[in-house]
Design a protein around this ligand. Structure first.
Ligand code: HDD
Length: 746
């Protein structure tokens, strides 16, 4: 029966290339993924569930029950019928039409035809990871939430990072806000902090959100540009809606182009409430502080990456976790006692204002570690549903009008995006604690509810499931009893009308380098705006914040400021503060070297001993090295050995690494004649990265026609060279080079 004609379409030579591909099941496939951490760029990857089982937690164990492993299994239809031929549809004669009877074809095709679901209306592009959160000290003084009281608990988390504007397939390194959404699977239910990497937001009232998003998304006529805010409708909106300018400043700053997800802060933005077991409440703002410190890219680098490696951030997250180099963040709280709410000259319910750390310090209360990659992008990262309304007892809302609208919007969009009311039954969204209620039916209901009573109260089943009274822990949720007295009114509060003091403080808190980057970013974006009156209106808006900023941007745009604009007084200081260094990304001058990647450029003739030394020193400090050559395969060293190449110079361009080393090479002409090698140094130089040149490798530097500075390191002693390289690398970038780098072509 299993005659050869079943597989006639298969070319015989493919059997040799893929030895197991055409065997029928079951077979003895013994290619197993490596269970060990793998350094970035190494193969093979393994599914998250097969790696580091010691990192499992309650949520991952829950997901285990849904994971399907195909090894040694026959191919079947969705109804479990084993498939004998997956190559040919059922036809009336070998050259005849396909028969309607072909249920195998239909089963496969109909599922395929429905594989896409609507992408998120914002934050469509994302990457996620599993991990855990653990408290440093109990917060029972402020909240009764179990996971914020018990320091012994390791609460499972799932975190999704995202960009806002672009579609699912857009590039990671666009200038944009980054989503930073965390789902805590607590024993009292799911708690989500659905935050971003900017400390403020663009608008104050949720009713403005659809307008704002329409404006920033691609232009409606031609869906251009993708993943960019540099277009007319966005800047038109900004110029007409001055409440946006604070967060626009943040996005135009280096925060809009983070180096990696591990290097950015996260902010819950809104003021929330914490409620303790005595029913006392205080206000709180949530922060995530990255252990790896904060730093960003150079704008030209970010743009180049959009083409050269559009998955840069997502790969970095994945590879760091694969390598056991786990992204870590501390959870920080700004606690504001209710009695102190009126001590500020801004409104804590205003999402366009941050509370400066100089006024309310951030208490670091616990650590989150992201230690496992998802197994399946769609099942986990795409189907996860975050919602700011996912609260647990001990946390409550404030009256922030933006937050109030979000409470509704997320569930609403998820019902649509995930196809109905049962999206919380999708494995990644299910709580780890038990859940019981009278909700029933709907598309794709998974639970088989056996309760004969699907209503409450009931006497048929003794009124199960029953309410739980609020109590210290594991009690029922009860909303904080806030006294309210107001007229039904559509009006913005007077306390939210100062739009310019906050951006002034933000501007004044930046280093000179960061300020220049802000000017450059406004200039770049507005340079892409076609309508001159929009450009002029934005410059006018900037005149309300700071003259240097407005003048810098105006000069780039060829706009002359009027006498009135030049004379416009500065806004009052934000809560009497001149600056707050925590708003600068580079307040800490040096950074840990976590997950830094160093390229080693080689060709035949390279000194193998030097390469070994470089790798040994970098690996010891947990940096990654990539041996790059003009070709794949191996290079023959000066000593006659073969060195395995990790990738080509062209395929792993300098924008994807943090520093470059060129070891001495008796055949350096080979690199001198390679345009990609010269370009490598030029780009690294342009993007202010350290360049280490060993011995005669300086000839490559000279050929690239670059000028020496404190980041271009030259030494005949390889040990000294690499030690200095690591020191310079901890500064992140050679800022002093920036002006000189302008003369290097992009
Ligand atoms: Fe939002 C997604 C963060 C205001 C409506 N938002 C979304 C995500 C993040 C944020 C991180 C992606 C979640 C994920 O990874 O699945 N959004 C914010 C922050 C805001 C904010 C920090 C202001 C402080 N958002 C905001 C408003 C509204 C929305 C005012 C509507 C009233 N946001 C949505 C949404 C999304 C969303 C349309 C799209 C997909 C989703 O919710 O699940 O409902």
């Amino acid at each position: 029966m299993m005659s050869k004609k079943y597989h006639k379409a298969v070319m015989p030579d493919q059997r040799a290339v893929h030895p197991h591909t055409f065997d029928t099941a079951p077979s003895d496939i013994n290619i197993k993924p490596t269970p060990k951490p793998t350094q970035p760029g190494s193969e093979p990857y393994a599914a998250g569930s097969q790696k580091l089982p010691q990192n499992s937690n309650a949520k991952l164990q829950d997901l285990d029950t849904y994971r399907s492993v195909d090894d040694n299994q026959p191919l079947t239809t969705t109804t479990g019928v084993k498939v004998a031929d997956n190559q040919n549809s059922l036809k009336a004669g070998v050259r005849g039409p396909t028969l309607m009877e072909d249920f195998l074809l239909r089963d496969k095709m109909m599922h395929f035809d429905r594989e896409r679901i609507p992408e998120r209306v914002v934050h469509a592009r994302g990457a996620a990871a599993h991990g855990y959160f653990q408290l440093y000290k109990s917060l029972d003084k402020y909240t009764k939430a179990n996971f914020l009281n018990d320091t012994g608990l390791k609460t499972p988390v799932f975190v999704r990072f995202s960009t806002v504007q672009g579609s699912r397939g857009s590039a990671d390194t666009a200038r944009d806000v980054r989503g930073f959404a965390t789902k805590f699977y607590t024993q009292e239910g799911n708690f989500d902090i659905v935050g971003v990497n900017t400390p403020t937001f663009f608008i104050q009232d949720a009713i403005k959100f659809p307008d704002f998003v329409h404006a920033v998304k691609p232009e409606p006529l031609n869906e251009v540009p993708q993943g960019q805010s540099a277009h007319d409708s966005f800047w038109d909106y900004v110029s007409l809606q001055p409440e946006t300018i604070q967060n626009v400043m943040v996005v135009m700053s280096d925060r809009g182009i983070p180096r990696s997800y591990s290097n950015m802060e996260g902010f819950g933005i809104h003021t929330f409430r914490l409620v303790n077991s005595k029913n006392e409440s205080c206000f709180v703002r949530f922060h995530w502080k990255p252990i790896a410190g904060t730093c960003s890219m150079i704008w030209d680098e970010a743009q180049a990456l959009m083409g050269r490696d559009p998955d840069f951030h997502r790969k970095n997250l994945w590879e760091s976790i694969e390598a056991g180099d786990y992204p870590e963040y501390e959870l920080g709280l700004q606690i504001i006692p209710e009695s102190q709410v009126n001590n500020f000259d801004f409104d804590i319910l205003d999402a366009t204002k941050l509370i400066p750390e100089a006024l309310v310090p951030v208490q670091r209360i616990g650590k989150m570690v992201l230690n496992r990659n998802p197994d399946n992008y769609f099942a986990e990262t795409e189907q996860v549903a975050f919602c700011p309304a996912n609260l647990v007892p001990g946390v409550d809302f404030s009256n922030d009008p933006l937050l109030q609208g979000r409470i509704f919007s997320y569930i609403d969009t998820q019902m649509y995006r995930l196809g109905g009311a049962n999206f919380n039954e999708i494995p990644i969204n299910k709580p780890v604690c038990p859940f019981h209620n009278q909700q029933r039916d709907g598309f794709h209901r998974m639970e088989i509810n056996t309760n004969p009573a699907n209503y409450e109260p009931n006497s048929i089943n003794n009124n199960w499931p029953r309410e739980t009274a609020p109590k210290a822990q594991n009690g029922g949720f009860s909303s904080y009893q806030e006294t309210l007295d107001g007229e039904k009114i559509r009006q913005r509060s007077e306390s939210m009308t100062n739009f310019y003091s906050m951006p002034r403080l933000f501007w004044q808190s930046q280093t000179a380098t960061e300020q220049q980057h802000i000017i450059n970013a406004f200039s770049f974006e507005l340079g892409k705006v076609m309508r001159p009156y929009i450009r002029e209106r934005v410059v006018d808006l900037l005149c309300n914040i700071n003259h240097d900023l407005a003048k810098g941007v105006a000069t780039h745009l060829g706009i002359t400021l009027t006498a009135e604009q030049k004379a416009r007084p500065a806004p009052i200081l934000f809560n009497n503060l001149d600056s707050d260094p925590t708003l600068s990304l580079y307040a800490n001058k040096t950074l840990p070297l976590t997950s830094r990647k160093v390229a080693i450029l080689v060709s035949d003739g390279v000194c193998g001993e030097s390469v070994d030394k470089i790798r040994e020193m970098l690996t010891k400090k947990k940096l990654y090295s990539l041996l790059l050559a003009p070709h794949m395969g191996v290079v023959k060293t000066q000593q006659g050995d073969s060195l395995k190449v990790d990738g080509t110079i062209e395929g792993n361009p300098s924008v994807t690494i943090d520093a470059v080393v060129v070891p001495t090479n008796q055949n350096i002409e080979m690199l001198l004649n390679d345009g990609n090698a010269k370009y490598y140094l030029q780009q690294a130089y342009k993007h202010l990265k350290p360049i280490a040149l060993h011995n005669n490798a300086k000839r490559l530097f000279d050929a690239a026609m670059l000028e020496e500075d404190k980041g271009t390191l030259m030494d005949d002693n390889i040990v000294e060279l690499i030690l200095t390289l690591m020191k310079v690398l901890s500064l992140h970038r050679i800022w002093e080079r920036e002006e000189k780098a302008l003369s290097v072509p992009a």
